[in-house]
Write a protein that binds this ligand. Structure first.
Ligand code: UT7
Length: 334
């Protein structure tokens, strides 16, 4: 019999520094009105001096471990989803492992762009189901401000920094059971969201810096079209796999990329009132891999999720990648 995996604690961390739409109006040719109507974003957070992906991830991890009621030494494995690691190597997982004192844990970084949290959750789920580990720490952390071109109005208005974490466990504690996870990818469209420079294909050089190859480049419009379609099908496959109907979903926690994408998703779940579609987009913008995890942590900490309720998480991003996860609340964590 496969063991059941449960999220027994969540955490998140947002840097204090706020970058508002009016700040951006002073940096690029844009307006608060354009940003709000086209994206739904009002402000986003930006890492301060001395804040990195690892420090934000470590803080989110500590909060998740505390809520889970376990010790850092009880963590067996650390998965860090990020496209902005502190270094290419060593891994950010190793930096966090040391920072939080998880001295018995192995750790590795993984990258699935904005779908990173769900990809990591899926792996953690598999480790627990297979009985390989007891406690897997999932972290999604991004310092997108380090790869954002603040002269490119089509991208710089979107992104923010932040981190999320959860402890996925076989322990018999209250939490959210992982009922089903579905992931997808399509590398045919790999060029739609990309940081072209800094890898083996285009190593850092004077030319790569001059050509701004180390920043995020995105064909926003093209990505938009794929996003709704892919998240919709991932959600459907995810719930169909376990025989759950759309009517049984109590909460939708979507990737926070654009309010118009979320609204299009909401039309698919028309029995869900808008306050059951959890949004953080207006205050944090798009935090890539962290986005779904931050939203989930905030939702759970607001203590409005009842026992037995089903939560559907969904995300979409570069790769292209996409996914959905169905969770069932089995008591309040912590
Ligand atoms: O997290 C990973 C997944 N990412 C996403 O899901 C992002 C998906 N894409 C989007 O959210 C939207 O495509 C954007 C918000 C990025 C852009 O919105 P859009 O409605 O697709 O706008 P557009 O790119 O088609 O641009 C429309 C116009 C253009 O002007 P012209 O060519 O029509 O004269 C742009 O130059 O808006 C202009 N524009 C801006 N104007 C004022 C683009 N950015 C800005 C800006 N302020 N910041």
């Amino acid at each position: 019999m496969m063991r059941k995996a449960k999220i027994i604690g969540t955490g998140s961390y947002l840097p204090e520094r706020v970058l508002t739409n009016s700040d951006l109006e002073k940096m690029v040719e844009t307006s608060n009105e354009w940003i709000v109507t086209r994206t739904g974003i009002e402000e986003r957070r930006v890492a301060g001096e001395g804040e990195f992906t690892s420090t934000m991830g470590a803080e989110a991890a500590k909060r998740a471990i505390e809520l889970a009621g376990i010790l850092p030494e009880e963590i067996d494995y650390i998965l860090v989803a990020t496209l902005t690691p502190d270094y290419i190597f060593p891994s950010t997982a190793c930096l966090i492992q040391h920072a939080i004192g998880a001295k018995n844990a192995a750790g590795v970084d993984m990258q699935a762009a904005c779908t990173g949290y769900l990809y990591a959750l899926s792996m953690a789920n598999a480790f627990i189901q297979a009985g390989i580990y007891k406690n897997v720490l999932v972290i999604a952390a991004e310092k997108l401000s380090s790869i954002t071109d603040y002269t490119d109005r089509s991208t710089c208005i979107l992104f923010g920094d932040g981190a999320a974490a959860c402890v996925v466990s076989s322990l018999d504690k209250p939490g959210l059971s992982i009922e089903s996870v579905r992931l997808g990818a399509d590398g045919e469209h790999s060029q739609l969201i990309i940081q072209p420079g800094g890898g083996s294909r285009c190593p850092a050089s004077i030319a790569s810096v001059e050509q701004k190859q180390h920043y995020i480049k995105m064909s926003g419009n093209e990505v938009f079209k794929h996003a709704v379609r892919r998240m919709e099908s991932a959600c459907k496959e995810c719930i169909d796999a376990v025989g759950v109907s759309e009517q049984e979903i109590s909460w939708l926690v979507p990737h926070q990329a654009n309010l118009r994408i979320i609204d299009a998703m909401a039309k698919r779940f028309e029995h869900l009132s808008s306050d059951r579609i959890y949004k953080t987009l207006h205050k944090y913008g798009n935090t890539s891999a962290s986005s779904v995890g931050i939203a989930l942590d905030e939702l759970l900490r607001s203590k409005i999720v009842g026992t037995g309720e089903k939560l559907l998480l969904t995300a979409f991003g570069g790769g292209l990648t996409w996914g959905a996860a169905l969770l069932k609340s089995e008591g309040v964590t912590g």
